[in-house]
Design a protein around this ligand. Structure first.
Ligand code: UD1
Ligand code: CA
Length: 459
C-alpha cells in the first residue's frame, strides 16, 4: 500500500474571528476545531502527521500533544508557504500527502478516506476535495476547462466576475503525490491580491508539468464548511450538534428537542434514555439505560446510573448510582459518589461526599467533605460546617442516622450509627450510636408577657 502522510495547516491567527483565542483552538461541541480534524484524520491509517503551527504555537501543540509532529511557520505568508515548512520532514518520502486545514472541523474520517482512495486509484498528481454550493462567497473557486478538467483554483479575492459565479469550491483539502507537491511548491509565487503564497497554485503548476489533476466532488457541502468567523463557527456548532444527536437517536436515545440539546463527542448514552430540552452533556459522561435527564441540566464527566432521574441540575466529575432522584435544582460538585436509590432534592449542594445507598438529602442543604452511610435521612437545611477559614474537615454520618432540620454539623465530627440529631442543633462533638443529641438553647415561655406589655402602652 502507498505510504500516507498528513499536513495540517494551523498557523494562522484567524483575524476574522476577532478573538484572543487562536482560530483553530475555538471549540465546536466542546472540542478544539483542529482536534476534530486530527481525530477524523486518525481514522485513516497514516505514516506521519505534521501540523504547521505559528500563532499560538505553544497552545496548539499543548492541545494536540503526542498525536502529531510540529513545524513552526514563523511568518504567515500563505497556505503554500505553510506546507513548505514541512519540507525537511517530508520531501524525500514516496507516497500520498493529504493537506487539511485546521479550520474545517466537520470533514469526516470517511471523506478523508474516500479522497485518499480516489487519489490513489486515479494515479493523479493532485486530487482536490471540492463541493458545490449556491453560497460560494469567500471560498476559492474551481475553474474547469471545456473538457471539464480542473485547470486551477482562483481565490475569491482574485476572481473575475464570471469566476465568482462558479459554485464549485475548493474545500482546502487535497491529496498530493508527495514528491511532486514539494517540487511544485518551489514555483509558487505571491503575485496575487493578498501577496500570499497560495497552496492551490500548485494545481496549475502541476498541470503545466504534465501531472494529472483530479477533483473529488463531495455531495455534502455542509461537511466542508471553513470556519473563518463566528457566524461560521455557530454554523459548525449546529451541524456538529445535529450529527451527534442523530447518532444517539439512532442508537435508541429519545431526545425530545434535538435543537436544544448539546452533547459533546465523547459522551456515551445507553438506549432508552430520555433527554429533555436544555440539557448539556459534556466530557466523558456516561448515562445508563432508562435514565431521564433534564430539562435544563448540565452534566460534565459524570457517570449516571440506570433509571436515575436528573431534573434542572448541575453535576460535575461524580458518580451517581441507579434509581437516584436528583433535583430540581441540585448541584453535585466534583468527587461525589452517590449510592443507589438515593435522593438529592431541591437546592441541595453536595461536594466531595460519599452518600450511601438509599440515603436522602431532600431539601436546602450543603453537604461537603462528608462520608454518609446507607439509609441516612438528612433533614431540610442541614449544613456540614467543613471549613474553619484555613482547612477543610470531614463529617462522618453513619448508617441509619437521622439528622433533624436546620442542623449544623461542625467538622471534624462523627454522627454514630442509628443516632438522631434534634432539629436546630449545632453539633460540635461526636454523637454516639443510637443516641439522641440535642444541641440548642432550651425554650422558655414567659406567660402573659405580651398582655402585660400592651397594658403598659401609653396612648
Ligand atoms: C483557503 C483556500 C481556499 C479554500 C478555503 C477552504 C488558500 C489560498 N485558499 O482559504 O481556496 O476555499 O481555504 O476553507 O489556500 N494557514 C497557515 N499559514 C498561513 C496561512 C494559513 O497555517 O500562512 C492556515 C490557517 O490557520 C487555516 C488554513 O491554513 O487553518 C487556511 O487558511 P485561511 O486563511 O483560513 O484560508 P481561506 O481564506 O479560508
Ligand atoms: Ca479558512
Amino acid at each position: 500500500m502507498t505510504n500516507r502522510y498528513a499536513v495540517i495547516l494551523a498557523a494562522g491567527q484567524g483575524t476574522r474571528m476577532k478573538s484572543k483565542l487562536y482560530k483553530v483552538l475555538h471549540p465546536v461541541a466542546g472540542r478544539a476545531m483542529v482536534q476534530h480534524v486530527i481525530d477524523q484524520l486518525n481514522t485513516v491509517k497514516l505514516d506521519k502527521m505534521v501540523t504547521i503551527v505559528g500563532f499560538g504555537a505553544e497552545k496548539v501543540k499543548e492541545q494536540i500533544g503526542q498525536e502529531s509532529e510540529f513545524v513552526i511557520q514563523q511568518e504567515q505568508l500563505g497556505t503554500g508557504h505553510a506546507v513548505l515548512q514541512a519540507e525537511e520532514l517530508l520531501k524525500d518520502k514516496k507516497g500520498t500527502t493529504i493537506v487539511a486545514c485546521g479550520d474545517t472541523p466537520l470533514i469526516k474520517g470517511e471523506t478523508y478516506q474516500a479522497l485518499f482512495r480516489h487519489h490513489e486509484e486515479s494515479g493523479a498528481g493532485t486530487t482536490i476535495l471540492t463541493a458545490k454550493t449556491d453560497k460560494p462567497a469567500g471560498y476559492g473557486r474551481v475553474i474547469r476547462n471545456e473538457t471539464n478538467e480542473v485547470e486551477r483554483i482562483v481565490e475569491h479575492k482574485d476572481a473575475s466576475e464570471s469566476e465568482l459565479l462558479v459554485g464549485e469550491i475548493n474545500t482546502g483539502t487535497y491529496c498530493f503525490n508527495n514528491q511532486a507537491l514539494f517540487a511544485a511548491l518551489q514555483e509558487v509565487s505571491n503575485d496575487n491580491v493578498q501577496g500570499e503564497y497560495y497552496l492551490p497554485d500548485v494545481i496549475e503548476i502541476m498541470r503545466n508539468q504534465g501531472e494529472k489533476v483530479s477533483a473529488f466532488l463531495t455531495s455534502d457541502f455542509e461537511e466542508t464548511l471553513g470556519v473563518n468567523d463566528r457566524v461560521a463557527l455557530a454554523e459548525a456548532e449546529k451541524t456538529m450538534k445535529k450529527r451527534i444527536n442523530e447518532k444517539h437517536m439512532r442508537n435508541g436515545v429519545s431526545i425530545i428537542d434535538p435543537d436544544h440539546t448539546y452533547i459533546e463527542p465523547d459522551v456515551v448514552i445507553e438506549s432508552d434514555v430520555i433527554i429533555y430540552p436544555g440539557t448539556i452533556l459534556k466530557g466523558k459522561t456516561i448515562i445508563k439505560t432508562n435514565a431521564e435527564i433534564g430539562p435544563n441540566s448540565e452534566i460534565t464527566n459524570c457517570s449516571i446510573g440506570e433509571a436515575t432521574i436528573v431534573k434542572q441540575s448541575v453535576a460535575n466529575d461524580s458518580k451517581i448510582g441507579d434509581r437516584v432522584n436528583i433535583g430540581p435544582f441540585a448541584h453535585i460538585r466534583p468527587d461525589s459518589v452517590i449510592g443507589n436509590d438515593a435522593k438529592l432534592g431541591n437546592f441541595v449542594e453536595i461536594k466531595k461526599t460519599e452518600l450511601g445507598d438509599n440515603s436522602k438529602v431532600s431539601h436546602l442543604s450543603y453537604i461537603g467533605d462528608a462520608e454518609v452511610g446507607t439509609n441516612v435521612n438528612i433533614g431540610c437545611g442541614t449544613i456540614t460546617v467543613n471549613y474553619d477559614g484555613a482547612n477543610k474537615f470531614l463529617t462522618t454520618i453513619e448508617d441509619n442516622a437521622f439528622i433533624g432540620c436546620n442542623s449544623n454539623l461542625i467538622a471534624p465530627v462523627k454522627i454514630g450509627k442509628g443516632s438522631y440529631v434534634a432539629a436546630g442543633s449545632t453539633i460540635t462533638d461526636d454523637v454516639p450510636e443510637d443516641a439522641l443529641s440535642v444541641a440548642r438553647a432550651r425554650q422558655t415561655n414567659k406567660e402573659d408577657y405580651v398582655t402585660n406589655l400592651k397594658s403598659r402602652k401609653k396612648d
